[in-house]
Design a protein around this ligand. Structure first.
Ligand SMILES: *[C@@H]1O[C@H](CO)[C@@H](O)[C@H](O)[C@H]1NC(C)=O
Ligand SMILES: *[C@@H]1O[C@H](CO)[C@@H](O)[C@H](O)[C@H]1NC(C)=O
Ligand SMILES: *[C@@H]1O[C@H](CO)[C@@H](O)[C@H](O)[C@H]1NC(C)=O
Ligand SMILES: *[C@@H]1O[C@H](CO)[C@@H](O)[C@H](O)[C@H]1NC(C)=O
Ligand SMILES: *[C@@H]1O[C@H](CO)[C@@H](O)[C@H](O)[C@H]1NC(C)=O
Ligand SMILES: *[C@@H]1O[C@H](CO)[C@@H](O)[C@H](O)[C@H]1NC(C)=O
Ligand SMILES: *[C@@H]1O[C@H](CO)[C@@H](O)[C@H](O)[C@H]1NC(C)=O
Ligand SMILES: *[C@@H]1O[C@H](CO)[C@@H](O)[C@H](O)[C@H]1NC(C)=O
Ligand SMILES: *[C@@H]1O[C@H](CO)[C@@H](O)[C@H](O)[C@H]1NC(C)=O
Ligand SMILES: *[C@@H]1O[C@H](CO)[C@@H](O)[C@H](O)[C@H]1NC(C)=O
Ligand SMILES: *[C@@H]1O[C@H](CO)[C@@H](O)[C@H](O)[C@H]1NC(C)=O
Ligand SMILES: *[C@@H]1O[C@H](CO)[C@@H](O)[C@H](O)[C@H]1NC(C)=O
Length: 815
């Protein structure tokens, strides 16, 4: 509806005015674009495309460069931009197109002389960077990240003087940074991380006076830190972790207008104290100096920087008391990691002035005294491996308690379970292990069973029963109450822990039947019942066997008895897999994320080392990390009898089988020869008869074995591994023959006086592989980190290190 229409003169003028304006705009928009793609540019692009094995119908290419063709204007092609005036191609971005080839020196790419943006990231490019790249003199952005480029960076890169952004990270480039880099004075972002660059950084970084971000982590740069870097006024972000820089950190003259926000020098070899001039970085937010050799007292001046949010000084040699100085209430500090240093004394109460502090890691120091009550306000609190002995006053802060991850392990705590922990209703990870807590485990645990994911009470003096509080523990992944004085039966409510992956109750006084009912826990990987008073049979005809996901079971040193039906192991599907580790990268598997082939429990993207104990012949061993392909059965030192079930041969992934010290009789199953990954086999001290299956001789990984104290007869298999054994592995089998070669060969020289106390009498000289491993871990103490060495070799956990002669030296305290 048009309101009253009055045609006034001025109205017409206005209308005409708009008419002309409109047609002008229309004309401009519709006018033919002068700037169709130029033929030479189009041809260069098509030639470039054909330099690579591009499959045009493969969707990986089609949406990108596959559709480039002559029937359309090249300026309309995907991943291309042209200059609207000249029609020159100015941008080519083909990130993540699998080019799978080298970039040739005469590539048609270099005919695109007007390119400003060139992105060839994640294109599977290999070979060297051709020097002709220096021809693209208009480049402002060059991104070659995530390829497999090798060799030196050509000096001609210094010709690209318009460059503002350059990323060469995540390649395999090597050698020195060409000095011509110093001519790239317009650079504001330079990323060289994760290559093999070596020697020193550019001597005069200060010429890059526009630089804001500089990343060169994960290379082999050496030398002292170039102070010229700190003189670049625009610099905000420096990441130089994982290089070989050394010496003291010289900040030079820090300007108070420094804009530095992030400084990471982690994993280098810097030393010396932190100079107090660091406090002049008034805009610093994140500082990571971890894993260097910095020493001296706590760098108090650092904490005067109000903008500082995250500080990591872990893994250095700082010592003395922690001195926070005068803390301003406007400090932004929220994450502080001082772990793995030599700080001593108490934690100063003044820590309560850091009102934003959420994550605090003080583990592995020499701190002592009370845990200040204030710390219960953290979200993450790690105080492991210190000498803390008690808790400060808590009452006020407990209402605000929000701890999710609490690690108090390996301290000097004693007395009853700290009931205040029961107030922590969001607790997800609790580790109280290796203290002297005593008394009963309280019912109030149920206050956090809903949230708890990992509960470790190992190696304390807890007594009484394990309370039946797990009804709601549906998030519990690992429960370790081993090495306490617990008794009675396993709580039936554990059946509700549907996410349970690890259950370790070893070294207590539990007196119960075998918990067959746990067989329904579909994720249970590791079950350790060792050294308790469990009794009865493992097999009941009317109960399904379950335990499909089991990888490690240790029921040794109990009072179990009974026989196994021949099919017993056929249900253990997980052990029937042969697990291959990916030596290169992490690998996800059944709820575990595997980092460098160690099994880590990953929950909510935080990782926790899993652990378990296994004992062998009286030696307690703790596996701090369980390698994912560690598959083991230990039924030793019980009273099992009857035949060893033939179905054992189905467990193709098995590496360790210990059935010693039982009453197994009849023949050794021939199917054992199918266990091609088997590395250790102990059948000693049973009543086995018949021959040792000759096919066992072909098991090439089987390096440790013991058949002694049985009624075996016939020849010893001829395999190399058998020939390497000690005589004692076969002793006390009167009808076994072929021992001459073995026993004759390993003539043991007279022990030196030092050794003699450790060298055991032949009868006692039993296979003791875990003990052997222990002895080769330098500087360990009680709760041994044997996993570290034991599993650090990619494919075998018994290496030359544990060869016979050496292991003999460390056999101790057996039987
Ligand atoms: C090209 O890709 C298509 C679709 O992925 C595939 O079917 C075809 O085999 C591939 N051709 C060649 C030669 O690799
Ligand atoms: C050629 O390019 C046009 C426009 O991108 C596209 O629609 C067409 O499918 C392409 N032809 C071929 C054979 O790829
Ligand atoms: C080049 O890339 C930068 C950053 O992504 C962008 O700002 C700029 O507009 C691009 N220039 C061209 C010509 O595509
Ligand atoms: C590119 O190489 C990768 C691995 O090198 C391979 O998986 C892929 O099939 C190759 N793609 C083409 C198109 O050749
Ligand atoms: C580039 O050089 C190679 C030999 O190095 C040659 O085979 C190829 O034809 C040349 N390509 C162009 C586009 O000139
Ligand atoms: C590089 O530029 C020079 C001069 O502009 C030219 O002669 C040469 O052919 C170019 N190189 C390549 C590989 O395009
Ligand atoms: C490019 O760099 C090389 C090596 O640094 C130099 O010899 C050459 O003159 C430069 N070319 C141009 C056009 O600047
Ligand atoms: C840097 O550029 C200047 C002038 O453009 C030139 O003289 C000098 O050789 C270049 N330096 C390097 C290292 O390429
Ligand atoms: C457990 O939670 C209840 C209910 O919130 C609370 O009253 C009780 O004090 C808690 N127990 C302990 C020991 O903190
Ligand atoms: C389990 O949770 C329910 C509902 O939240 C609660 O009523 C019950 O008391 C809890 N049981 C235990 C043993 O914590
Ligand atoms: C197993 O041991 C228990 C005592 O722990 C005994 O009562 C039972 O008879 C034994 N069973 C067998 C089959 O030996
Ligand atoms: C070993 O495994 C093969 C195939 O998996 C099977 O045919 C054979 O019977 C097994 N040998 C024994 C002795 O169980």
């Amino acid at each position: 509806m048009i309101p009253s229409q009055s045609y006034s003169f001025s109205g017409i003028v206005v209308t005409l005015y708009f008419f002309f304006l409109f047609s002008f705009v229309l004309h401009t928009l519709a006018s033919p674009k002068v700037h169709y793609c130029r033929d030479d540019q189009r041809d260069a692009l098509l030639e470039f495309k054909h330099e690579f094995p591009v499959n045009e119908s493969d969707p990986n290419f089609y949406d990108m460069i596959g559709s480039w063709n002559k029937s359309s204007d090249c300026c309309s092609w995907k991943r291309i931009k042209c200059d609207s005036k000249s029609g020159q191609v100015i941008s080519l971005d083909i990130a993540s197109v699998p080019l799978n080839n080298t970039l040739k020196p005469n590539s048609s790419l270099f005919k695109l002389q007007y390119l400003q943006n060139l992105t060839l990231s994640d294109c599977n490019l290999y070979g060297e960077i051709p020097s002709s790249l220096g021809n693209l003199s208009h480049l402002t952005n060059l991104n070659l990240v995530y390829n497999k480029l090798v060799g030196q960076v050509p000096a001609s890169i210094g010709n690209l003087t318009q460059l503002r952004y350059l990323s060469l990270s995540y390649n395999q480039l090597s050698g020195k940074i060409p000095v011509s880099f110093a001519n790239l004075t317009k650079l504001f972002a330079l990323y060289l991380s994760y290559n093999y660059f070596e020697s020193e950084l550019l001597p005069d970084m200060s010429r890059l006076h526009n630089l804001e971000d500089f990343g060169a982590s994960g290379n082999s740069f050496v030398g002292p830190f170039p102070p010229s870097l700190f003189t670049i006024p625009s610099l905000q972000w420096i990441q130089l972790g994982g290089n070989h820089f050394k010496g003291p950190l010289d900040f030079g003259n820090i300007s108070l207008s420094s804009r530095l926000q992030i400084l990471s020098l982690r994993d280098n070899k810097f030393d010396g104290p932190i100079h107090e001039s660091i406090s002049k970085f008034l805009n610093l937010e994140q500082l990571d100096l971890s894993n260097n050799s910095f020493f001296g007292p706590f760098p108090t001046s650092l904490l005067t920087i109000l903008s500082l949010r995250r500080v990591n000084l872990a893994g250095n040699k700082f010592k003395g008391p922690i001195d926070f100085g005068n803390i301003s209430s406007s400090s932004s500090l929220s994450v502080l990691d001082l772990s793995h240093n030599k700080f001593d004394g108490p934690v100063p109460e003044s820590i309560s002035k850091f009102l934003n502090l959420e994550d605090l890691d003080l583990s592995n120091n020499k701190l002592e005294g009370k845990v200040p009550g204030f710390l219960w306000r953290m979200v993450l609190l790690k105080l492991s491996h210190n000498s803390f002995s008690s808790f400060g006053k808590l009452s006020k802060v407990l209402d605000q308690a929000q701890i999710r991850d609490l690690r108090l392990d390996s301290n000097s705590f004693r007395g009853p379970f700290p009931h205040s922990i029961c107030k922590l209703r969001s607790l997800e990870f609790l580790d109280l292990s290796n203290n002297s807590f005593s008394g009963s485990i309280p019912l109030c645990l149920r206050n956090f069973t809903k949230s708890i994911q990992v509960l470790i009470l190992r190696n304390n003096k807890f007594s009484g029963v394990l309370p039946d509080v797990f009804v709601n523990a549906t998030n519990l992944h690992a429960l370790d109450v081993s090495r306490n004085r617990l008794e009675g039966k396993l709580p039936k409510s554990l059946i509700n822990c549907e996410f349970m992956e690890l259950l370790n109750v070893a070294g207590n006084k539990f007196k119960d039947k075998f918990p067959s009912w746990l067989g329904s826990l579909l994720r249970l990987n590791v079950l350790i019942l060792r050294s308790n008073q469990f009794y009865g049979s493992l097999y009941h005809p009317h109960i399904s066997i379950g335990f499909q996901m089991l990888k490690v079971i240790d029921v040794s040193h109990n009072d179990f008895n009974g026989t196994f039906p021949t099919f017993y192991f056929s249900n253990w599907l997980e052990m029937r897999q042969r697990i291959t580790l990916n030596p290169e990268d992490g690998d996800t598997y059944m709820g575990y994320q595997i980092d460098t082939n160690d099994l880590q429990l990953v929950i909510d993207s935080r990782s926790y080392p899993t652990s378990m104990d296994m004992v062998h012949k009286g030696v307690d061993t703790e596996f701090e990390k369980i390698r994912r392909d560690f598959i083991a059965i230990d039924l030793s030192e019980n009273r099992f009898y009857g035949k060893i079930p033939e179905s054992i041969g189905l467990l193709k992934g098995l590496r360790l089988l210990n059935l010693s010290g039982n009453a197994f009789a009849s023949n050794i199953p021939l199917s054992l020869a199918n266990l091609t990954t088997l590395e250790a086999l102990d059948l000693s001290r049973n009543q086995l008869s018949g021959q040792i299956p000759l096919d066992l001789g072909i098991l090439s990984f089987l390096s440790i074995m013991d058949f002694s104290h049985n009624n075996l007869e016939g020849p010893i298999p001829r395999g190399t591994q058998f020939q390497r054994q000690n005589c004692s592995s076969f002793m006390d089998n009167p009808k076994l023959y072929g021992l001459d070669e073995i026993c004759g060969k390993t003539h043991v020289p007279n022990p030196t006086p030092q050794e003699s106390e450790k060298v055991l009498e032949p009868e006692e000289q039993v296979i003791n592989w875990i003990a052997a491993a222990i002895a080769y871990v330098p500087g360990v103490f009680c709760g041994l980190v044997i996993g570290h060495i034991f599993f650090s070799h990619k494919h075998e956990w018994f290496t030359e290190k544990f060869s016979r002669n050496k292991s003999r030296l460390v056999i101790r305290g057996t039987h």
